[in-house]
Design a protein around this ligand. Structure first.
Ligand code: C2E
Ligand code: CA
Ligand code: CA
Length: 280
């Protein structure tokens, strides 16, 4: 495959949702893009206050459209989910990320974890599970960063027992589970106790209110306190200012992700960032 200009991968205009295509054209374009493997990935590293080093990185999909340029996942993930195309996109994302990490020799010594966004539909889709299981087994050598699967809270739980069984099957592969956008959805605290969840990501809408909005401050503190009691890793996302970072650190947050530390990077930039961590 031809490589694209360096900057095109990571930058696109602010990601509010616009109608790029009508629905039918979008579906046709997505099918074509899957066939042509027009999707690529970027990586946003996460900073660990306790080690003063990088913790892991989140993989984010980008659609490199031949005429429109880089298209944000906000424009197409939802439609891909509704049209049953998300499984194929996730397979491409997985394959690209593992191939790049291998090629650039990014190991667990550089990055403890590598996180993927999974639509909840994938977790229960047999054929997709089979493909991804095989990919995970191939990728999982001792040097590979630990795989974390981020599930969004809104989609998660209708039936706790069934969800538990699905997640536990995946856990046998050695992956960890994270709840994305925590605080915006429906996960009850009892589900948090019953499901095999290892990590919580505090939604960036709460972080955005720190330190001006008293309610954001208090909700964030409560989530941090609860996560510690339950012994879950907690990651604050969307950290953009040093005030937010200081507040989080003072309240026991260990891992942070956001523009203050790094924007999403292509694999070359990621490698460079891992070799030259910021001096914080
Ligand atoms: P998310 O999982 O909540 O990912 C974080 C989003 O916040 C990313 O947007 C990231 O670029 C952005 N971000 C990171 N730091 C900051 C910050 O400091 N400030 C602000 N304002 N934004 C920040 P992105 O890449 O546009 O992804 C949007 C969403 O698309 C993701 O939200 C995720 O839900 C979905 N997505 C991305 N990649 C995939 C994928 O491979 N599969 C699936 N199913 N969904 C994906
Ligand atoms: Ca995520
Ligand atoms: Ca999120």
């Amino acid at each position: 495959a031809k490589s694209h200009p360096h900057t095109a991968f990571t930058e696109y205009q602010e990601s509010y949702r616009v109608n790029l295509f009508d629905r039918l054209t979008m579906v046709e374009e997505l099918i074509r893009a899957i066939d042509k493997k027009e999707f690529s990935v970027v990586y946003q590293p996460q900073w660990d206050f306790s080690t003063n080093h990088w913790h892991g990185a989140e993989v984010l999909v980008r659609w490199y459209h031949p005429t429109l340029g880089v298209i944000s996942p906000i424009q197409f993930i939802e439609i891909a989910e509704e049209e049953g195309l998300i499984g194929q996109i996730t397979e491409i994302v997985f394959a690209k990320a593992f191939a790049e990490l291998k090629k650039f020799e990014i190991f667990r010594t550089h990055l403890s974890t590598i996180s993927f966004n999974f639509s909840y539909a994938i977790i229960g889709n047999r054929s997709c599970v089979a493909v991804l299981e095989k990919k995970i087994e191939e990728a999982m050598i001792p040097q590979t960063p630990e795989i974390v699967i981020e599930l969004t809270e809104t989609a998660m739980v209708q039936n706790v027992a069934a969800t538990k069984a699905l997640l536990e099957r995946w856990k046998t592969l050695g992956v960890k589970f994270s709840i994305d956008d925590f605080g915006t959805g429906y996960t009850s605290l009892s589900q948090l106790q019953q499901l095999p969840i290892d990590e919580i990501k505090i939604d960036r809408s709460f972080i955005a209110g720190i330190p001006i909005q008293p309610t954001s401050n208090e909700i964030t503190k409560a989530i941090l306190a609860m996560s510690q009691k339950l012994e879950k890793t907690v990651i604050a996302e969307g950290v953009e200012t040093s005030e937010q970072s200081e507040f989080l650190q003072a309240n026991g947050c260990q891992v942070v992700q956001g523009y203050l530390y790094s924007k999403p990077l292509d694999i070359r930039q990621l490698k460079a960032a891992l070799e030259n961590p910021p001096n914080l």
